[in-house]
Write a protein that binds this ligand. Structure first.
Ligand code: GUN
Length: 278
């Protein structure tokens, strides 16, 4: 029997826990505000930013939006971040990515005060993750660990293959799974015989950004498959990096798209925001 890992339900459960915690902290006179910055009018980013603001409202965190035109100079964005770093009423700062091509993302990420970096992208937070110190963890990989744990899927001792090596998902994902005592391999576009390697995985986590790339040939019978991708196919239907129809029957558990990993990113962003309060 294949277990469908219900990210919608689990993310709701986390948001409800956080809502209670925020109410309790409010009773102690503590409150939180998240600054959300979007540069330009990328349609997908606008949807994500809106969902983040809605989640803030749901759990009781104030969100302050900054919608800047696409032609905003890097210096202007850095100046806004500096102002928010120094603003004691703002606990979290999020700059929605991607940024317009003339702005250097690394400069922007490094400009955010690490103690307000609720995305967990700042090198100081990435470094803390690597050496096992407390800090902010990138939301999508942190959400995947929650999906596994709350679905009672054992991680320790299992062979985990992460396909993709981005700074936001693949690399932190590998470190987190290592922290959970999995035996981790990171695969990427240059990996030789990728299907063979993926077939060794007890837990296969896919973040490669290619629609329905992972077919039955990549999956061992009984494996757990986590799909980070989200795309629109030629018929305008949402799909992931995994060919769900072909792969699901082979697995012991799998995340659907939509309703798997996606909702967890926002739940973990809210988790990071609440962490700034105490
Ligand atoms: N763009 C795509 N995913 C993310 C994310 O998790 N955080 C931010 N800031 N931008 C993104």
């Amino acid at each position: 029997m294949t277990q469908t890992i219900d990210g919608k339900r689990i993310s709701q459960e986390i948001k409800d826990e956080l809502k209670e915690r925020v109410a309790a902290l409010a009773g102690e006179g503590k409150e939180a505000a998240l600054a959300v910055i979007q540069v330009g009018d990328d349609a997908a980013s606008a949807v994500y930013v809106n969902n983040k603001k809605k989640a803030c409202a749901y759990i009781g965190i104030k969100s302050v939006s900054y919608e800047l035109p696409a032609e905003t100079a890097e210096e202007e964005l850095l100046a806004l971040i500096a102002k928010l770093n120094g603003d004691g009423s703002v606990n979290g700062i999020l700059v929605q990515l991607p940024l317009p091509a003339h702005i250097n993302e690394d400069n922007v990420i490094r400009a955010i005060d690490p103690s307000k970096d609720v995305d967990g992208f700042h090198p100081e937070n990435v470094g803390k993750l690597v050496i096992g110190e407390p800090g902010f963890v990138s939301c999508t990989p942190a959400g995947i660990v929650q999906l596994l744990k709350r679905s009672e899927i054992p991680i320790a001792g299992k062979r985990c293959v992460v396909v993709g090596r981005s700074n936001i998902v693949g690399k932190p994902m590998a470190i987190l799974m290592l922290r959970e005592n999995a035996t981790v391999t990171v695969a990427h576009s240059k990996t030789e015989d990728l299907p063979q390697l993926c077939r060794e995985a007890d837990i296969l986590i896919v973040a490669i950004g290619k629609p329905r790339f992972i077919t039955a040939d990549y999956v061992k019978e009984g494996a757990v498959v986590i799909d980070v991708g989200i795309h629109r196919d030629e018929k305008n239907r949402l799909c992931g990096d995994v060919d769900y129809e072909a792969v699901a029957p082979l697995t012991s558990a799998i995340t659907p798209v939509p309703g798997g990993v996606g909702p967890m990113t926002i739940a973990m962003l809210m988790y990071n925001c609440v962490k700034t309060m105490s």
